[in-house]
Design a protein around this ligand. Structure first.
Ligand SMILES: Nc1ncnc2c1ncn2[C@@H]1O[C@H](COP(=O)(O)OP(=O)(O)OP(=O)(O)O)[C@@H](O)[C@H]1O
Ligand SMILES: [Mg+2]
Length: 460
């Protein structure tokens, strides 16, 4: 965000007035540009980045009113403040109706003028920041950000485009790290709700009571710690999209409540009596097979059918290996920028190691590997020795115990802490996961085989 205070264009035919306003605004740290009539004003408007126009209504040539309309045509969100003699107040009021920001009468009060100018400039900057942010965000999640030319991925993108415009519920299914959240966001950002909230809920990690008050909010006094009423995520997502991550892990009570919201589009806050209506699009994601969970009695069938209006199945990376080179290039470009390095590519041998691997952690794991390699590489090309040890030996399982060349290099350069840090991370993950290797591997965003290898390597 820039720290500049803003630039004001002053359009007035009287030199004295222009100069005294310039002085006043400059003393406040605002930049000024002046024009003596409409045509000069419009020309300056096209040549400079203006945040506000101060416009005299009584101008020779084009009238102030006409000018205001033209300014709006050039930049509809540019605030215009009218300067007018007392006699012109009526036209000033009309100008306001037509969308000008405010007006001041001549002779003006300096303090008042400054307040109006500062407010207008602030609003302008907020607005352009918001639109810029939104645009950046939108672009980020346009398909340019979802890499994949394989048939399966093209099919997925096609589906995304098809389902985005409607409000229908979508279930995104796929293994861990296949891009479920990325796809959910893409649906939201391609939908008419793009300018509203996208609210992710990680339903799996929360105890029931907390989840319910998180989703539906609560009234004051609903439970001991509810000292004030609170909006739930459903209310926050109103007009937007709510994204249920790991829907398969939601317990039976919450399943029942969710079903009701999906059916009725209304709910009550915890402890409340008033029903609240919302217009929310629901996207859910799961990495377990929900149909099977239904068969096993772990997931309500009726909820499953509600969620499963449209299913998008994300293929695991090992089933679309032709996308690996594209993804590699994409992530190299991303991490090259982040690390400020001039990495140009990857050697054929290193790429082959990536192609030969089975990627249990899917795209996320690949991204981590490339991120790591970009950090490690000393040259401008990622080579086999820049890859994590378990990939250097992928395909030749006999070599698993072989001492990775990296570790040796690290110790010699006195940076042996990397190994220590890795060991600590693994210990922490294993503790957090209560000894469950699959879960620890997920926490570390690596595959299970990779974790086993590392456990062995560190004698854990
Ligand atoms: N097709 C793709 N193109 C570019 N980046 C991708 C793609 N798929 C996934 N990614 C990236 O991989 C990472 C993991 O994606 P995401 O979080 O969407 O996966 P997920 O399926 O929700 O994973 P999990 O089950 O672990 O929550 C993110 O950084 C995402 O941007
Ligand atoms: Mg996810």
């Amino acid at each position: 965000m820039s720290r500049r205070k803003g630039t004001v264009l002053i359009i007035d035919d009287e030199e004295e007035i222009r100069e005294s306003i310039e002085l006043l605004l400059n003393s406040e740290g605002l930049e000024t540009i002046s024009a003596k009539d409409g045509d000069e004003g419009l020309a300056k408007l096209e040549d400079h980045l203006i945040d506000l126009v101060l416009l005299d209504l009584m101008l020779p040539g084009k009238s102030g009113m006409e000018l205001q309309k033209e300014i709006k045509r050039i930049d509809s969100s540019l605030p215009v403040v009218i300067i007018t003699a007392m006699a012109g107040i009526e036209s000033a009021v009309t100008a306001i109706k037509e969308g000008c920001f405010d007006y001041v009468t001549k002779p003006w009060d300096n303090e008042k003028l400054l307040v109006i100018v500062n407010n207008a400039v602030k609003q302008r900057q907020l607005m352009s920041e918001n639109t810029q942010l939104r645009r950046a965000l939108k672009e980020r999640f346009e398909f340019s950000n979802i890499i994949g030319k394989s048939k399966v991925m093209l099919h997925v993108l096609n589906l995304v485009s098809q389902v985005a415009p409607s409000r229908s519920t979508v279930l995104v299914q796929g293994e861990s790290g296949t891009g479920k959240e990325l796809i959910a966001k893409a649906i939201h950002l391609k939908s008419p709700r793009a300018d509203r909230a996208f609210v992710p809920v990680n339903s799996g990690s929360m105890p029931v009571e907390l989840l319910e008050s998180t989703l539906f909010g609560h009234v004051r006094g609903a439970f001991t710690s509810a000292i004030a009423a609170k909006k739930g995520l459903f209310e926050i997502a109103d007009q937007g999209t709510i994204f249920f991550d790991e829907i398969g892990t939601v317990g039976p009570e919450t399943q029942a409540k969710l079903l009701r919201v999906l059916q009725e589009r209304e709910f009550m806050r915890v402890g409340g009596v008033e029903t609240i209506k919302v217009d929310v699009r629901v996207i859910a994601a799961t990495n377990v097979d929900l149909a099977q969970a239904v068969q096993e009695g772990k997931f309500r069938e009726d909820l499953y059918y509600r969620l499963n209006v449209i299913t998008i199945q994300l293929p695991p990376l090992r089933e679309r290996k032709e996308d690996i080179p594209l993804l590699v290039d994409f992530f190299i470009a991303k991490y090259r920028e982040e690390n400020n390095k001039s990495i140009r590519g990857i050697t054929p041998a290193a790429l082959k190691a990536l192609m030969d691997y089975h990627w249990p952690g899917n795209v996320r794991e690949l991204e981590n590997v490339i991120g790591h390699a970009c950090m490690m590489t000393l040259g401008d090309t990622i080579d086999v020795q820049d890859l994590p040890p378990y990939l250097q030996t992928a395909g030749s399982t006999h070599d698993l115990a072989q001492e990775p060349p990296l570790a040796a290099a690290e110790t010699e350069s006195g940076m042996g802490t990397l190994e220590d840090q890795e060991r600590q991370l693994i210990v922490r993950a294993m503790q957090t996961a209560g000894g469950n290797q699959s879960q620890a591997a997920r926490l570390l965003r690596i595959g299970r085989d990779a974790l086993r290898y590392k456990l062995k390597k560190h004698n854990l």
